[in-house]
Design a protein around this ligand. Structure first.
Ligand SMILES: NC(=O)c1ccc[n+]([C@@H]2O[C@H](COP(=O)([O-])OP(=O)(O)OC[C@H]3O[C@@H](n4cnc5c(N)ncnc54)[C@H](OP(=O)(O)O)[C@@H]3O)[C@@H](O)[C@H]2O)c1
Length: 274
């Protein structure tokens, strides 16, 4: 049976970049909310010799994610899920950011892991914004609500996100909460699904030259000066890194976050670049 790699947010940016690496030996399914974008991306991959399909899915809806997973099964055994769907602070208000980035990860991990066999790998895309929250704002007890009471989870984090003044600051805080949650949740899932032979990791990119990265550059680009190379990352560099984490030869990499931000978070922490 053929093996399938499903990429949420696969119509553009890092999702499309990773499709080029995953597609050399797997069927690729690209998903997102906009069919026109997905079709264009599939056309490009097909011209490169990759077997690819487009399927719309809004990851903030469990039903939509379940339908995507069922569609994927009709193409073969689901081996990899790259969860790259996401919204950034300039794109949405706190509630939508939390629903797509945080609850979307819950739905993707749960619905796909139910349909995957041993040897499967899920990679959830977080952000180096996951690392900017002060410790006192992080509550794993509240994160656990995402599995038990989704609406209370949203309510608690919308209230917290609305504490700062300014729309961008509110959305920025919601984004940081949602991405910090992704790192925590991927680790939780790694432990839960590990018994079934499914590996889960997260990846936290820094500022990357995708549509989203360029939209965030002016307001959210303050970390750029801390990068070792003094530049944004390239979507292809992230595509390669994500594919490497998903590769079966990395079988002992589980429950961790891979921070791919040109060293920005670490050089800032150690004070190497001021
Ligand atoms: N670029 C950066 O600087 C950066 C930095 C750190 C983390 N990240 C994260 O990396 C991931 C990929 O982002 P990117 O930079 O490659 O940006 P991108 O090109 O904008 O890709 C994001 C994709 O997600 C899809 N999407 C948005 N909301 C969705 C939803 N509700 N359901 C399904 N798909 C949805 C979008 O397509 P539709 O609009 O058609 O649905 C889009 O194709 C995101 O999770 C982002 O938060 C990016």
């Amino acid at each position: 049976m053929k093996e399938v790699c499903v990429i949420t947010g696969g119509g553009s940016g890092m999702g499309l970049a990773v499709a080029r690496y995953m597609g050399h030996n797997k069927i690729v399914i690209l998903s997102g909310r906009t069919m026109g974008k997905l079709e264009k991306a599939v056309e490009k991959l097909t011209a490169e010799g990759i077997e690819a399909y487009a399927h719309t899915c809004d990851t903030s809806s469990r039903e939509s994610v379940a339908a995507l997973a069922d569609f994927a099964l009709t193409k073969g055994a689901i081996r990899n899920v790259i969860n790259a769907a996401g919204l950034s602070p300039t794109m949405a208000k706190p509630e939508q950011l939390l629903r797509v980035n945080a609850l979307g990860t819950v739905y993707v991990n749960q619905e796909f892991s139910r349909r995957m066999e041993s040897g499967g790998v899920i990679v959830d895309i977080s952000s180096n914004s996951a690392y900017v929250l002060p410790k006192f704002l992080i509550s794993y007890k509240l994160y656990a609500l995402a599995d038990t009471d989704e609406e209370l989870f949203i309510k608690k984090f919308v209230v917290r996100s609305n504490l700062p003044k300014g729309d961008y600051q509110k959305s920025g805080l919601a984004y940081a909460f949602s991405k910090n949650f992704v790192v925590w949740y991927a680790s939780k899932c790694a432990c839960e699904y590990g018994k079934k032979g499914i590996r889960v990791c997260s990846i936290s990119p820094g500022l990357i030259d995708t549509d989203m990265g360029n939209a965030e550059k002016s307001e959210g680009g303050s970390m750029l000066k801390y990068t070792a190379q003094g530049r944004m990352g390239k979507s292809d560099e992230l595509g390669y890194c994500i594919a490497t984490v998903a590769d079966e030869r990395n079988g002992y990499l589980a429950g961790v976050d891979v921070l791919v931000d040109g060293g920005a978070t670490t050089t800032k922490k150690y004070g190497f670049i001021k």
